[in-house]
Design a protein. Structure first.
Length: 556
């Protein structure tokens, strides 16, 4: 199997940290110009692009115009206005999806405006890529990078601009709203035209934005955001995910999924760009002024969920990287390894077990998340096509069994160890993988200790390392040759027959064959290997040799 280089993982983690820092910096800014300058400068730096710019939409004129730029040379480009739906900028600003063009002027898939093309040509622009800026379903503009040479932007770069745009849109919307509210408050103070109630409404909005910003930037947690919203709106709030499950709530008793959005209440979407993260529910119909406050809470819930997701992804990548180092026996400096293990409650001198769990491909992320929530002293991650954990908890099996039973998941696990320190983990892991392979071969659930494989485990380990004498499998090589030459499956049939203690019926069930077909195959095996292959004293040698061939085939 091809493993991701540790350097690549560290590069992604570094990029993720930069993105999180960018998001936090943007969210903390309130001045519109400061936010716009931070957006274009950070974006240009992260993409290593010649220029970056932000546009804002003008619904009345039906176009989008450059509001702030970095790296643009000509005045005409800095003041560019683009009809919605035309060019890269106008198309992205419609909010449908990101767009990238390796060479804008020759891109026939775009709707071109001749006057705009002349401005682009004068600036010397070739490649353009951008993503929409969307907040709570509203498209407010676009974030774009451009190059004065042809460039093919990768899908990862498009995702990066989209991620920046997601955070930037919320920050920019916050700043625009804050600027608008401050301007309105100053105007009210100067003209003294509005009553105490209207001023209180504006103050509530300003105070709510301030508290929500502080909550998201200091400790992004959806429930904390809801608590602040409840304090202002005077009612419990609940966020449900796209599947209707409760993500966070301020209610003393979490409501059932079908009770989270009660009749007569108010719901607003929790969105980030084009992705729907969930729905925010209030049990009562608030006043018209309070609906806007509820939307502000929803926008900050979205930001908190995005922060939590990014942190969760970073933690999972860090654990997977640590698993690779532990289970592959890599030459990693001891102090660095010890430091990373301590974050998971482990030490290099602990007695450690390697546990390999079978999980369908689509269910692996869900099971990883659930296992990490058990609170075990363990490193949990995906490794070599399985869900794996390295733990110092000798009683790990009980909570894992309880979890799988509660979720309705079949438990099939191989375990190796304990290893006296990290140096023995690679051997313990190989033993666990062999044990899981035995359960899979027989179609059995449960937990199997690799130590129970005994001599068989030792032989399979020697074969995996290429150190098994060829003489040990020579007796069954004629069967393997027959399968290769004629496309038969005699090795598998003979192996399962011996594995099931000579039961043709059980062999048929495992291979999905009629028992008569099994008998016919066994007769052919006898013709090739000779009588007595399935009885003592030849039975054990034949069984072990067949198991080696079977494991070789499974490993291909």
């Amino acid at each position: 199997m091809t493993h991701t280089e540790p350097g690549a993982d560290r590069s992604r983690e570094a990029l993720l940290r930069v993105l999180l820092d960018t998001a936090a910096d943007l969210t903390a800014l309130r001045d519109v110009e400061a936010v716009l300058q931070a957006i274009v400068r950070r974006t240009r730096t992260l993409l290593d692009a010649d220029m970056a710019y932000v546009s804002l939409n003008d619904p009345e004129r039906g176009d989008t115009y450059l509001r702030q730029s970095d790296g643009v040379v000509t005045a005409a480009y800095r003041t560019l206005r683009m009809p919605l739906g035309t060019g890269v900028l106008g198309q992205v600003a419609t909010g449908l999806a990101p767009y990238r063009s390796a060479d804008y002027l020759t891109d026939t898939a775009l709707v071109h405006v001749p006057e705009v093309d002349e401005i682009v040509r004068a600036e010397g622009v070739h490649a353009i890529m951008g993503a929409p800026l969307t907040v709570t379903g509203r498209v407010i503009g676009a974030l774009v990078v451009a190059e004065r040479r042809p460039r093919h932007f990768s899908a990862q770069e498009v995702d990066l601009v989209g991620s920046i745009g997601t955070h930037a849109a919320v920050a920019l919307d916050n700043s625009l709203r804050f600027e608008q509210l401050e301007r309105l408050t100053a105007d009210l103070g100067r003209r003294e035209r509005r009553g105490t109630e209207e001023l209180a409404t504006v103050s509530r909005a300003l105070d709510l934005d301030r508290r929500l910003l502080e909550a998201v930037t200091t400790s992004p947690d959806a429930r904390r955001v809801l608590e602040i919203g409840r304090g202002v709106l005077g009612c419990d709030l609940t966020v449900t995910g796209p599947d209707g499950s409760v993500v966070a709530t301020t209610a003393p008793t979490p409501p059932a999924a079908d009770e989270a959005a009660p009749d007569g209440g108010t719901s607003v979407p929790v969105t980030a760009t084009t992705e729907t993260l969930g729905t925010l529910h209030a049990p009562v119909a608030p006043r018209a002024d309070d609906v806007a406050l509820l939307e502000r809470v929803a926008a900050h819930v979205a930001l908190a969920l995005l922060f939590a997701r990014a942190a969760d992804d970073a933690d999972l990548r860090a654990q997977s990287d640590l698993l690779e180092d532990l289970l592959e026996g890599r030459d990693v400096p001891r102090d660095r390894l010890e430091r990373r293990m301590r974050r998971r409650g482990l030490h290099s001198g602990d007695r450690l077990w390697s546990v390999v769990l079978d999980a369908p491909t689509g269910d692996a992320p869900l099971r990883l998340h659930a296992l990490r929530g058990l609170g075990l002293r363990a490193v949990v991650g995906a490794h070599d096509g399985h869900v794996c954990l390295v733990t110092a908890d000798a009683r790990w099996e009980r909570p894992v069994r309880r979890l799988f039973a509660a979720e309705g998941w079949p438990l099939r696990a191989g375990v190796g160890g304990p290893a006296d320190d990290v140096g023995g983990l690679a051997d313990a892991h190989r033993s666990a993988v062999l044990a899981l392979g035995s359960l899979t071969t027989l179609g059995r659930d449960g937990v199997l200790d690799g130590a129970e494989l005994g001599l068989l485990g030792a032989l399979l380990d020697l074969d995996r390392r290429g150190e098994l004498p060829r003489a040990l499998t020579a007796a069954v090589e004629p069967l393997a040759a027959h399968d290769r030459d004629r496309g038969t499956e005699l090795v598998g049939t003979a192996f399962h027959y011996l594995e099931t203690d000579g039961s043709a019926a059980r062999t048929g069930e495992l291979l999905h064959l009629h028992r008569n077909t099994v008998r016919q195959r066994l007769d052919r095996v006898t013709a090739i290997l000779g009588p007595g292959w399935d009885v003592s004293p030849r039975r054990l040698d034949t069984h072990l040799a067949l198991r080696v061939l079977h494991e070789r085939e499974r490993a291909r």
